[in-house]
Design a protein around this ligand. Structure first.
Ligand SMILES: Cc1cc2nc3c(=O)[nH]c(=O)nc-3n(C[C@H](O)[C@H](O)[C@H](O)COP(=O)(O)OP(=O)(O)OC[C@H]3O[C@@H](n4cnc5c(N)ncnc54)[C@H](O)[C@@H]3O)c2cc1C
Length: 500
């Protein structure tokens, strides 16, 4: 069968497939490597809005820095990582998009992206100038009278330090502390599979193939004309008018390289016939380095079931999350022991890091790539995290927090004022919220090394786009899910209007 559109990967790819198939004249195929569940068939681990890495993970590892290799989860199911993530729904700030524009991406100002953040969501009762009320993704945010005691203390403590209290972190402020919004409805995580595919799946012009791994994009000259895949162990190929790659920041670069688009030396080493030389495919990997300042908590007995990542603060280039693990449920999920000591943690992260890692392809077959994060290699990131860590320390020891903190855990009390020791500790312990972006970054026409243009069109070929986290030119100072979906909404609109 000839499809007008083949979309590979179903995180942001579900947005593209859903929007393009709204036109009944367009035949759309969505390919997903993992298993697909729609409607009520979602297994429990995908319904539960806490991070779930039970069955639907690619099982990757990454070198965080200096050879410290740790797991690096990515969702492998319909909905991609949006189906397994922590459901924190936070937009990028105006300052973040000013940074994108500074890098030459003049079509991605905050004013330009705001309509697409609105389009993707329904946030009942929210200010309609800022929020959407008819989009596919359901968003919930706790009103002030439902804030947990710890969350209230977090906001008050930052207030003592001169930061604004915000009741909506997504209302266009670049600085302040407040409650996190979640893409959760009736206790169920709203992945893109649920939000974008549940209703459209009955369209006769939308075909979804799960358990189908794309091996490479096929070309006729410089035009993408199809996709070669393996489905249930059987190899096949499908022809396409256009192809959209949305495999995420770790899998999109290998797919492009297997298709002949990548750095010249890598293609030569892997004996792949070049279609277009593109030196930065797999480079510019950015992720949020973060550390956890933990303390033994003192539960009040009134914990909100929404505990976990409940409150955030951001300012300039860092953001700080409050993590409370007080209930037996939370302790069971995190430590496997519902009777573990309750933990309160304040976690600062580098919001717009300058350190860059890479995704290195090691084979012409679909095998795991080597991921290097190189966290905290740029001195500016170290300075940012030192500031964020000391601020977090002050919050943890603020009078408003006293009732919830029994004892700060070592080694921080001994090293908090020592630059060198604190830097070593940050480098040795930093983790992440799993927000990789940038490995097929976009750029303006004057930026010849950019893998894609500002519309996601891959340079040097025709009929091929990247529409996922990999095309972002840099990070935003927030978890990235909403920003990736906003980006996909925007690219889908351009695609629907284009006649190629
Ligand atoms: C554990 C975890 C927790 C997170 N928590 C949050 C959070 O709370 N809030 C937030 O904003 N962000 C969070 N994120 C990040 C967020 O989920 C991602 O940034 C977002 O899902 C990225 O979308 P994407 O489309 O780029 O990639 P993905 O969502 O990863 O989608 C890529 C899809 O492509 C498929 N695929 C890959 N290769 C192939 C192939 N060759 N053939 C066919 N299919 C393929 C994959 O199986 C996957 O379904 C979290 C991520 C993880 C992993």
């Amino acid at each position: 069968m000839q499809y007008d559109e083949v979309v590979i990967g179903s995180g942001a790819g579900s947005v593209i497939a859903s929007r393009l198939s709204a036109d009944p004249a367009r035949q759309v195929l969505l390919i997903e490597a993992g298993p697909g569940y729609l409607g009520a068939s979602q297994p429990e681990d995908l319904r539960d809005p806490w991070v779930s890495l039970v069955d639907h993970d690619w099982g990757y590892s990454a070198d965080y820095r200096d050879g410290r290799v740790q797991p690096y989860p990515r969702g492998k199911t319909l909905g991609g990582s949006t189906a397994v993530n922590a459901a924190v729904a936070m937009r990028g700030s105006p300052a973040d998009f000013a940074d994108w524009v500074r890098r030459g991406n003049d079509q991605w100002s905050y004013e330009a992206v705001l309509p697409y953040y609105r389009r993707l969501e329904t946030e009942a009762g929210a200010d309609p100038a800022v929020h959407g009320n008819s989009g596919p993704l359901w968003i919930e945010r706790a009103a002030a009278d439902r804030w947990s005691d710890q969350g209230r203390a977090f906001v008050r403590a930052f207030g003592d330090l001169g930061f604004a209290a915000l009741d909506d972190l997504n209302a266009g402020s670049s600085s302040g502390a407040g409650p996190v919004s979640h893409n959760v409805r009736d206790g169920v995580r709203q992945s893109t599979a649920i939000a974008y595919l549940d209703a459209p799946r009955s369209r006769p012009n939308l075909t979804i193939w799960d358990r189908c791994t794309a091996n490479r994009v096929l070309f006729s000259g410089d035009r993408a004309v199809g996709v070669e895949y393996i489905r249930d162990g059987v190899a096949g190929a499908v022809t396409a008018g256009r192809v959209t790659v949305a495999c995420g920041a770790i899998e999109s670069p290998p797919l492009l390289m297997r298709s002949g688009i990548g750095p010249e030396d890598t293609l030569r080493r892997l004996r792949i016939e070049p279609v277009a030389v593109s030196p930065e495919v797999g480079q510019n990997l950015a992720d949020h380095a973060a550390v956890f300042l933990t303390a033994v908590g003192a539960p009040t007995g009134r914990e909100d079931p929404a505990e976990y990542f409940e409150f955030y603060m951001r300012d300039g280039s860092y953001y700080i999350a409050l993590l409370t693990l007080f209930s037996q449920r939370a302790l069971g999920v995190f430590f496997g022991d519902p009777n573990a000591a309750p933990i309160v943690a304040v976690a600062p992260g580098v919001g717009r890091p300058r350190s860059r890692g890479s995704v290195e392809v090691v084979s012409r077959d679909p095998v795991p790539p080597q991921v290097k994060l190189n966290f905290l290699t740029d001195p500016a990131d170290v300075a940012t995290l030192l500031t964020g860590t000391r601020l977090s320390w002050d919050v943890l020891h603020n009078k408003h927090f006293e009732p919830f903190v029994k004892q700060a855990l070592p080694p921080l009390p001994e090293i908090i004022d020592d630059d060198a020791a604190l830097t070593s500790w940050m480098r040795a312990t930093c983790g992440t919220g799993f927000h990789p972006v940038g490995t097929c970054r976009m750029g303006p026409d004057s930026d010849a090394a950019a893998v894609a243009d500002q519309h996601g069109r891959v340079r040097g070929v025709r009929g091929l786009r990247v529409a996922d986290a990999s095309v972002m030119p840099g990070l935003v100072s927030a978890p990235v899910n909403l920003t990736v979906l906003m980006l996909a909404e925007r690219i889908a609109e351009w695609m629907a209007a284009e006649n190629e």
